[in-house]
Design a protein around this ligand. Sequence first.
Ligand SMILES: *Cc1c(COP(=O)(O)O)cnc(C)c1O
Length: 401
Amino acid sequence: MAKRFSITRYAKAMSDYIPYGRQDINQEDIDAVIEVLRSDWITQGPAIDRFEQAVANYCGVKYAVAVSSATAALHIACLAADLGQGDILWTSPNTFVASANCGLYCGAKVDFVDINPNTYNLSVNELESKLAEAEKQGCLPKILIPVHFAGQSCEMEQIATLSQRYGFKIIEDASHAIGGSYQRKSIGSCQFSDMAVFSFHPVKIITTAEGGMVLTNYEELYQRLIRLRSHGITRNPDLMQGESHGSWYYEQLELGFNYRMTDIQAALGASQLQRLDEFVERRRFFANRYNQLLQNLPLMLPWQHPDSESSWHLYVIRLKLDKINKTHRQVFEELRSTGIGVNLHYIPVHIQPYYQKFGFKLGYFPQVEKYYQEAISIPLYYSLAEETQNKVVTLFQEILL
Ligand SMILES: *Cc1c(COP(=O)(O)O)cnc(C)c1O
C-alpha cells in the first residue's frame, strides 16, 4: 500500500513538474518508427541514407554522416581532422564536457577560450589574443571547436579568418543549433568550417533518442568519417589497398568504432526533421514572450547577435545579484522546489575535477566563471503552453521581488 501511495505521489509530482526541456513525439513519428520495425532493416540501412540526405538538403551541405551520438560525432570528426598525440584542441569552457573530451580521446591536449559576456559563446577577441600568444610560444591549436551555445551561432566569419591566418581547422559543435542560421544560411552549411556536429538527444531541437551527425563539404573527410563510424572498414573496392578476394571481401584500413545509428532512430529523426521549422518557430515565440514578460525583473535576458537567428535550444537568464536579496543558489533551489525544472548550462569545463588534474584552476577564465554564478536556464520547449509559461513567470516574480 505504502508503495502504491508513493508511486501515485510521484506521478502527481511529475505531472506538475515543468522541465527545462523535453521532446515532442507525435503519431507520425511513431508510425515512422513502426514502419522500420516491420521492415527487413533495423540497423544501419536505407532509413539512414534518407535521414542523412534530408539533413544535408536542409542545411545546404554536401555530406552528412549519422552516428550514435554527438559525442561519437565529435570524436570521429577530430580523428578525421587528424588530431592526435602532441596536438592541441581549443574549445569554449561554457559547454557540455563532450566538446572537450573528444580532444582527450585522440590523445591531444585541450585548452579553452573564455566567453563573450553577451553571447556566452567563445569570445573572438579572446581567441585572437590567445592565438597571437600561442604563436609566440609555438603552441597553436590544430582544431578549434566553437560551440553555438543555446542555438545562437558563434561569429563564424571572424573565426574562419583567424583559422586561415593561424592554420587551425574548425569543427562546429552545433549540438544546440539545428534549425538556427548565421548570415541567413542554415547552421550546418559548413560555410565557415571544416565540419559541423549535431546532437539528437531528447532535450535538443529534434531527437532520435540518442544520436548525432557530422556534416562536411569535403569528400575526403566524408569518406574518412564513414569508415571511422564502422570499425575503420571499407567495402568500396576503389578505396581498398589490395585486390578484392571476392564479393565477401572488406578491408580494415584504420582503427574505427561501432558508432552507427540504427534505422529505427533514423526514421524517427527524418520524421522529426519535417517538423523542425515548426519546432524552432514555436521556441522563438516563447523566447520572445519571455523577453516581454521578464523585462522588468532584475535579470539579464539573452542578447542576440544581429548575424545569428537562434534555434532557441535554451533560454538562459542571468541574475542581477546586486539587485536581489538572495543568492544565486537560493533562487535556483526555490525555483526547483516550486516545480520549475530549472537547470544550469554549464558548469565551466575547466573547473571539473578531471580537468583540474591537467592544471586548470578557478580564475583562469573569469567571464565564464562569473556567468556560472548568475546563470539559470528556464523552461523552453515546443509543447510549453502559454499558461505554463505564465506560471513560470509568476513564480519567478514571487521569488525575486
Ligand atoms: C548534448 C551536447 C553534446 C553531446 O551530445 P550527445 O548526443 O548526448 O552525445 C555535445 N556538445 C554539446 C554542446 C551538447 O549540448
